[in-house]
Design a protein around this ligand. Structure first.
Ligand SMILES: Nc1ncnc2c1ncn2[C@@H]1O[C@H](COP(=O)(O)OP(=O)(O)OP(=O)(O)O)[C@@H](O)[C@H]1O
Length: 386
């Protein structure tokens, strides 16, 4: 099982510029988490802080009982071996072929024989769909292949935690979905803990178990995906819809005057961007058929059901609806049955009016269409229809 990562009150500045402050979150072991945020909010700085490449000013980042922020060089070197990192461009050595790139961490950090190294490298290349490409140089392959080679290299030391920086950068939407599928497949096979930072909305909506967002130098929220995906927080809704209309501006936050001027422009009919209002919780992508069931997803179910009563009601509803009837019976919940909602969420309580699937409405609620040629004797007139 992957390691748990506990981040508490983490704060990072460069000189007088605060990047983010008081970031507190836990990456549950073996689950896939995504951290969203507008460009420049410090997502990459967060990843680098987690592996000790950057030193936060305050706070903790604890893995297996070791605080990465405070520990000495030797401990840090040991703990880093638990991490596999996929950087934006794959960070491959341009002069080495894919085989040597992927073999590099094994030759650097282990005493394995070349025979053993060959077995591992070929296995990871196969796993990432690169079998046969061993002799290619990074400059001879596509961006998507470079990312997959970066992932193969990140996997060779069997990491417990895999950090991924903007896997979609430079990739088309289809290739982004393929690499997302690969993350879930790797997670199913390894049970490693994943943290992916991105601003790709498709990926954020369909891949993770947990979702968070950095904005205004803070972590706006972090928790089960259903919380962020049903959030009424203006910055979150704007971000998920990719619109200009909202608090996020050209370079992070808008001031109130800009916001009012833009509001007037959009009210007058100017297109705010985006295609349609994106709402709700789409189904989560699953590992490819034939792969093991994700253990992280199984554990998550129990974990989330334990904290269900602390979540906003729309998220509760989404979580309950994602369970099978057997699971609902096991946990003693059923759709549209809310558990006690925290007081801060009273304003977004959902009505308990049952929703029905198409074709399942009770007969008395089905509107009758007028028949051609008017209604027959005995049929109710339109004024009598419910
Ligand atoms: N080593 C550094 N020294 C000084 N400032 C830095 C350093 N690294 C990053 N920054 C600053 O930190 C801020 C956040 O950068 P970061 O790259 O983490 O943002 P991001 O959210 O990953 O953005 P994007 O989505 O565009 O990649 C930026 O203003 C950047 O200039």
């Amino acid at each position: 099982m992957g390691a748990e990562v506990v981040v508490e009150g983490l704060t990072k500045s460069f000189g007088r510029q605060t990047i983010w402050r008081d970031v507190t979150l836990t990456l549950p072991p073996g689950e896939v988490s995504v951290l969203l945020g507008p460009s420049g909010t410090g997502k990459s700085v967060f990843l680098k802080s987690m592996i000790g490449l950057l030193k936060p000013d305050r706070g903790k980042c604890v893995v297996n009982g070791v605080d990465i922020v405070r520990c000495g060089e030797r401990k840090l070197y040991e703990i880093r071996k638990l991490f596999g990192v996929l950087f934006q461009d794959g960070a491959l050595f341009g002069s080495m072929n894919l085989y040597d790139n992927v073999a590099f961490p094994l030759r650097e950090h282990t005493k394995k024989s070349e025979t053993e190294i060959r077995r591992i490298v070929l296995e990871k290349l196969e796993m990432t769909g690169l079998a046969g490409a061993e002799k290619k140089l990074p400059g001879e392959i596509s961006g998507g292949m470079r990312k997959r080679a970066g992932l193969a290299r990140a996997l060779v030391l069997d990491p417990e935690i895999i950090l991924v920086d903007e896997p979609d950068s430079g990739l088309d939407p289809v290739r982004t979905t393929y690499i997302s599928q690969l993350f879930l497949d790797v997670n199913a096979q390894s049970d490693a803990t994943f943290l992916i930072v991105t601003h790709n909305i498709n990926l954020a909506r369909t891949v993770p178990d947990n979702l968070g967002m950095l904005f205004r130098k803070e972590l706006v929220m972090f928790g089960p995906r259903e919380v962020l995906l049903t959030s009424e927080e203006p910055a979150v809704k704007q971000f998920l819809n990719g619109r200009m209309d909202g608090p996020i501006g050209m370079s992070e936050e808008k001031d109130s005057a800009t916001m009012a001027a833009e509001r007037a422009m959009f009210d007058a009919g100017h297109h705010a961007g985006g295609v349609e209002e994106v709402v709700g919780i789409p189904p989560q992508m699953q590992p490819a058929p034939g792969l093991p069931v994700r253990q992280g997803a199984i554990r998550r179910k129990d974990r989330v059901m334990q904290i269900l009563h602390t979540l906003p009601s729309a998220a509760q509803e989404g979580i309950i609806e994602s369970l099978t009837p057997e699971e609902q019976a096991h946990y003693g919940v059923h759709p549209h049955h809310r558990v006690e909602t925290p007081s801060w969420d009273r304003t977004v309580e959902m009505t308990s009016v049952p929703r029905h699937h198409q074709g399942e409405l009770p007969a008395e609620q089905v509107a009758r269409l007028p028949r051609p040629g008017g209604h027959r004797r005995g049929d109710p007139g339109p004024e009598q229809l419910p």
